[in-house]
Design a binder for this molecule. Structure first.
Ligand code: CP
Length: 305
C-alpha cells in the first residue's frame, strides 16, 4: 500500500506484521538511544485540520525517531483562514515534495480525496466519523501485550459510537483479528444498523460489560452533536459512565482503555481511569511505536531516487 487511509482492506497478515514491527519500535523507544535512520532525508508533513494532542505529537516523535524531517502544519495559522481550499492547500504542500503527509480532517472521506491529489504517501490521522487506523492498531497492540492474544477476547466498546471513528476502526480491526466485539450505548448514540459492522449492540452497561475482557470507553463528542444530546451529562454518567461498580460487571481481570482525550466524570470516573486495570498510558506509549511501524512500512513504497 502507498497510503494508510483505513484499517478496512488490511488483511490479518498485514495487521500482524505491523504489530510485530511495532513491538520492535517499543523496544527501540525504551532505549537511551532511540533513533533509526529509515526515513533519513525524507520529509514528513503533519497536516491537522482538527485539534490533537496524542496523534500529532506521536506522529512527530515517530517520524523524528526514524530520522525524517518533520514539519507540523498549523492550519489555524495557514492561508485556509484566507479562503484557500483543502485541495489547494494539499497541492501547495505537494509542490514542496514531501514524502509522507499525515492528515486529520473533520470530514469523512477528506483524507482519501487529498491522497488522490498528491504524489506522496498519505496517512489518515482521523477523518470525521470514518476511520482512525493508527488508533485501532495501537489499541490492538495494547490489548495483545496485556492479554497475550486478541482472538477469542470479548471487547466492549462503550459510549458515543455514533460519532466515533475510533470505534469504527476498532470494530473492523478487532473483527479481522478474531475478537468478539460488543457496542454499549443508548440507542441515540448507536449508528443505524451497527450490527452489520459485526458487533452485538447492548443498551445497558450491565448487559454489555458482562464477562468482557476489555472495556473500551469513548469520549462523548458533544461538539459533533449541535446541541442535540438530550440527557444531561450527569444522567449520562449515571447510566453509561464507567466507575468501579460498573467495571465489576466485566471479567475479574478486565482491562480498561480510552483513546483520549478523556472527560473525567462524563464517560469515565477517575477511580477507574487512574486505577490498576487502566491501560490508558500504555495506549499512548504504543501510539508512538505503531506510528513508527506504519511510517516504516510506507517508506518501503517511497521512490529511492
Ligand atoms: N486518541 C486521539 O486521537 O487523541 P488526539 O485527538 O489527542 O490526537
Amino acid at each position: 500500500h502507498r497510503h494508510l487511509l483505513g484499517v478496512a482492506g488490511l488483511s490479518a497478515f498485514e495487521i500482524e506484521g505491523l504489530l510485530a514491527a511495532s513491538e520492535e519500535a517499543v523496544a527501540l523507544s525504551r532505549q537511551v538511544e532511540k533513533k533509526r535512520s529509515t526515513l533519513r532525508g525524507r520529509t514528513q508533513i503533519n497536516l491537522f485540520f482538527e485539534n490533537s494532542t496524542r496523534t500529532q505529537s506521536s506522529f512527530e516523535i515517530a517520524g523524528k525517531r526514524l530520522g525524517a524531517d518533520v514539519m507540523n502544519m498549523s492550519v489555524g495559522a495557514s492561508s485556509m483562514k484566507k479562503g484557500e481550499t483543502v485541495l489547494d492547500t494539499a497541492a501547495t504542500l505537494n509542490a514542496m515534495r514531501p514524502d509522507i503527509i499525515v492528515v486529520r480532517h473533520h470530514a469523512a472521506g477528506a483524507v482519501a480525496l487529498l491522497a488522490q491529489k498528491v504524489d506522496c504517501s498519505v496517512v489518515n490521522a482521523g477523518d470525521g466519523a470514518h476511520e482512525h487506523p493508527t488508533q485501532a492498531l495501537l489499541d490492538a497492540l495494547t490489548i495483545k501485550r496485556a492479554k497475550g492474544r486478541i482472538e477469542g477476547l470479548t471487547v466492549a466498546i462503550c459510549g458515543d459510537v455514533l460519532h466515533s471513528r475510533v470505534a469504527r476502526s476498532n470494530i473492523i480491526l478487532l473483527n479481522a483479528l478474531g475478537a468478539r466485539v460488543r457496542v454499549v450505548a443508548p440507542s441515540t448514540l448507536l449508528p443505524e444498523g451497527v450490527e452489520r459492522l459485526g458487533v452485538t449492540a447492548h443498551r445497558t452497561m450491565r448487559e454489555g460489560l458482562a464477562g468482557a475482557d476489555v472495556v473500551m470507553m469513548l469520549r462523548l463528542q458533544l461538539e459533533r452533536m449541535n446541541g442535540s444530546f438530550v440527557p444531561s451529562v450527569k444522567e449520562y454518567f449515571a447510566h453509561f459512565g464507567l466507575d468501579a461498580a460498573k467495571l465489576a460487571y466485566a471479567a475479574p481481570d478486565a482491562v480498561v482503555m480510552h483513546p483520549g482525550p478523556m472527560n473525567r466524570g462524563v464517560e469515565i470516573a477517575s477511580e477507574v481511569a487512574d486505577g490498576p486495570r487502566s491501560l490508558i498510558r500504555d495506549q499512548v506509549e504504543m501510539g508512538v511505536a505503531v506510528r513508527m511501524a506504519v511510517l516504516e512500512a510506507l517508506s518501503r513504497h517511497l521512490p529511492n531516487d
